[in-house]
Design a protein around this ligand. Structure first.
Ligand SMILES: [Zn+2]
Length: 269
C-alpha cells in the first residue's frame, strides 16, 4: 500500500504558479492525483489504516494537511501584491462541485493551528501583514465541516517572532522535558478544544522539528495526558506501518515538489 501525507501553507503566495503559490498547487494537485487513481483520506483514516483496524487499500492514499492556520486556509481573501486567493477549503469544495461528492468520498484536510492568541497576533504582525489573518473565529466551523478538522500545531510554534520566554525562540527541537511538552501540546489542545468543542487528536511539529524526548518518551508514554493518535513531522517520504507513529513523514509543497508531475514522481506513481 502506498500512502503519503502532504503539507501546504496557505500563506505561501509569491506568484500564480504551482511552484510559488500553494493555492494554485493544491488546485492542480487535486486534479492530477484524482486522475492518477489516488484516494484522498483523512489523517484519522490513514492512521487507522496504517496502525489499526481499517484494511489496506489498492489505490495510493493521500492525506492533506495545512500548517499554521492562517485565515487563507478557509477564506478567499486578498493577498497583498497577488490579488484574491481562493481559500484552500474553497479549492477543495470546488473540486467536490466539479466531480461530485462520490468521486472522492474521503477528501479531507487537517488544518494545524497555533493555539496562543498572542503568538498568532505577533506572527501576523511580524511575518504576515498585520491584517488579523491568523484568527480563531473559524476553527469551530472548520472542525465541524465534512472536509476539514482542526489539528494542534503547538501553543506558540516557538516562533522566532516571539519574545524570549522559557526557552530560546526559533526551532522546536529544544522542546524537551515534560513541562515544555505539556505547555506546547496539552495547553494548546485545551485552548483549541475550548474553541471547537473537540480535543485535537493529531499534532504537527512546528518547523517539522522534534526532540528525542517528545518523540520517544512524551508521546509514546503519556497518552493519558495528550490523547493524540499520531504526531507528524516533515521528513519527506511515504508513510508505512513501519513509520514512527510519533514522527510520521510528510512531503511539503514547494520544498519537495513544485509541479504536479514532481509530486507524482515523489509518490512513485
Ligand atoms: Zn508551522
Amino acid at each position: 500500500m502506498k500512502a503519503a501525507i502532504l503539507a501546504y501553507h496557505s500563506q505561501n503566495v509569491a506568484g500564480d504558479e504551482t511552484k510559488n503559490n500553494d493555492h494554485v498547487a493544491l488546485a492542480a494537485d487535486l486534479e492530477v492525483l484524482h486522475a492518477a487513481g489516488c484516494q484522498f483520506v483523512s489523517l484519522n483514516a490513514l492512521v487507522n489504516t496504517l496502525f489499526g483496524e481499517l484494511s489496506a487499500s489498492e489505490s495510493p492514499l493521500v492525506c492533506l494537511t495545512f500548517d499554521d492556520g492562517c485565515d487563507y486556509d478557509v477564506r478567499s481573501l486578498d493577498f497583498p501584491g497577488h490579488g484574491k486567493q481562493a481559500g484552500l477549503l474553497q479549492i477543495m469544495e470546488s473540486f467536490v462541485e466539479r466531480h461530485g461528492s462520490a468521486a472522492q468520498p474521503g477528501l479531507h484536510a487537517t488544518s494545524f493551528v497555533i493555539a496562543s492568541s498572542e503568538a498568532r497576533r505577533l506572527i501576523d504582525s511580524k511575518s504576515l501583514f498585520g491584517s488579523g489573518h491568523m484568527s480563531d473565529d473559524w476553527w469551530s466551523k472548520a472542525d465541524a465541516h465534512p472536509l476539514m478538522s482542526i489539528g494542534n500545531h503547538g501553543w506558540d510554534h516557538n516562533h522566532p517572532d516571539l519574545e524570549e520566554e522559557h526557552y530560546t525562540r526559533g526551532g522546536f527541537d529544544m522542546i524537551s522535558g515534560f513541562t515544555h511538552c505539556h505547555h506546547q501540546v496539552v495547553q494548546a489542545a485545551e485552548f483549541i478544544e475550548n474553541k471547537t468543542g473537540r480535543k485535537p487528536t493529531f499534532f504537527a511539529y512546528p518547523f517539522g522539528e522534534s526532540s528525542e524526548y517528545i518523540r520517544n518518551e512524551y508521546f509514546p508514554l503519556h497518552h493519558d495526558e495528550h490523547h493524540c493518535l499520531a504526531a507528524i513531522g516533515t521528513d519527506p517520504g511515504l508513510v508505512t506501518a513501519q513509520s514512527d507513529r510519533w514522527n510520521l513523514p510528510r512531503f511539503v509543497c514547494g520544498r519537495d515538489w513544485s509541479t504536479p508531475a514532481e509530486l507524482l514522481a515523489a509518490l512513485g506513481i
